[in-house]
Design a protein around this ligand. Structure first.
Ligand SMILES: [Fe+2]
Length: 415
């Protein structure tokens, strides 16, 4: 090992602490003298095979194997005279913290994880290599996140003997959010009961009852090219508006009556087409996982011309999942699959933090039934789900496209 061996700088701490944002600023300052290891992400497995099963123990073992591989890479880098700094977005501390925090019945016992680290990982790290660890404490991180873990699945990181978390949960429990009731159903025929009826009809149809059991409220449109998309939508607790003829008629009628289609036509300069593949009736539970930030342009194509009419049918944004948006005009599809993203099409929270530092405001509007938000394919957004939310949210999402810039695979309906 050279006398002037590089230094490892590992940044660790709970999710959302700002680790990636900090590292993203350090790495460019050191340029080629620095090697940057991103945060391990089992869903974007890379060279390491993904966990064989979805259990907490399987995930812990995956993290440990990943750490073992990285220890070998770090050892090799320590002999490279050009490398001065090895940056790690989390290191073994984060892996052990995950094992420590995982409390599910299928979790890997912490003692086993520690023994694995001591036997298989630590011996691979050159003893002379200096490691500096910046550890953001859970309470500081919670304070930065506004007093609560931002996502339900992050809660375990904050929940071990931390009075500050208890205080945050109490605050959410005691908080009373007024529920506004609007009579949108009477005006349009679009209401939570109608969405439930469509979802029930879908279940009845699929559970063997077929068309007779669905009573005309689930009539799958004949679009074989979108077979996988339909499955994705339905597995997420939604149903295509186009698969429910009574609701499709109501949506078109309501949007025509309030002239929203005319406004979109004015914006696009041509009469828009409604997308079959992107227009859905949704009931979103508070147990939803993986509500990642995204721009729909990431999978529709950046060159489409699109407008989504996102219509709330129930109060949401306070005690039911709403919609979080990055309040800034982004003229392009930003980087996906990085900064802690769960999918190759989604935007990591670390990148949203960086946009926030650049001045973009994060907004979480509260919606009353009948409130709608119109946005295009470049708006960065996600389902706004926070701990303490107790009610599901009903909404209708309707994507309109300019026919001359239509992503053909989404199948247009002229309206
Ligand atoms: Fe979206």
């Amino acid at each position: 090992m050279p006398d002037n061996a590089p230094v490892i700088l590992a940044v660790d701490g709970p999710p959302g602490a700002g680790k990636t944002s900090l590292l993203a600023r350090i790495a460019p300052a050191y340029g080629d003298a620095c090697t940057f290891f991103t945060e391990p992400n089992a869903r974007l497995a890379g060279p390491q095979p993904a966990p064989e099963n979805g259990s907490s123990a399987g995930l812990s073992r995956w993290f440990l194997r990943h750490e073992q591989t990285r220890a070998g890479q770090v050892a090799a880098l320590s002999r490279d005279p050009l490398t001065r700094l090895i940056l790690c977005d989390r290191n073994h501390l984060g892996v052990l913290a995950f094992c420590h925090a995982a409390t599910a019945g299928d979790a890997l016992p912490y003692d086993q994880a520690l023994a694995c680290y001591q036997q298989d990982i630590a011996p691979n790290l050159p003893a002379e290599l200096k490691t500096v660890i910046l550890l953001v404490s859970p309470d500081v991180s919670l304070e930065r996140r506004g007093g609560a873990a931002e996502r339900p699945r992050w809660q375990p990181w904050f929940s071990r003997d931390l009075p500050v978390l208890d205080a945050a949960v109490r605050l959410l429990d005691e908080g009373h959010f007024p529920v506004r009731v609007a009579d949108i159903a009477a005006a349009t025929g679009l209401d939570v009961g109608a969405v439930d009826r469509a979802l029930d009809a879908r279940d009845a149809f699929k559970n063997g009852g077929g068309a007779a059991a669905a009573g005309g409220w689930y009539v799958p449109a004949d679009v074989p090219t979108l077979f996988r998309e339909r499955e994705w939508v339905e597995n997420g607790g939604a149903v295509w508006t186009a698969d429910c003829p009574p609701m499709l008629a109501e949506v078109i009628e309501a949007f025509t009556a309030c002239r929203v289609i005319d406004h979109i036509a004015g914006f696009m300069g041509e009469r828009p087409a409604l997308s079959i593949g992107k227009s859905t009736l949704r009931r979103v539970p508070t147990t939803l996982l993986d509500t990642d930030w995204h721009q729909d342009g990431a999978f529709l194509g950046a060159d489409v011309r699109a407008m989504n009419v996102w219509l709330a049918l129930s109060p949401c944004g306070a005690d039911a999942p709403g919609l979080e948006i990055v309040g800034a005009r982004l003229p392009y599809v930003v980087q996906t699959g990085s900064h802690g993203a769960n999918f190759n099409w989604s935007v990591g929270p670390g990148l949203v933090d960086i946009l926030g530092q650049g001045g973009a405001k994060l907004e979480s509007p509260e919606f009353a039934p009948g409130d709608a938000l119109l946005f295009d394919h470049l708006m960065l957004h996600r389902t706004g789900l926070r701990p303490g939310m107790t009610r599901p949210r009903w909404a209708i999402e309707s994507w309109f496209f300019s026919p001359t810039h239509y992503p053909a695979e989404q199948v247009p309906l002229m309206v």
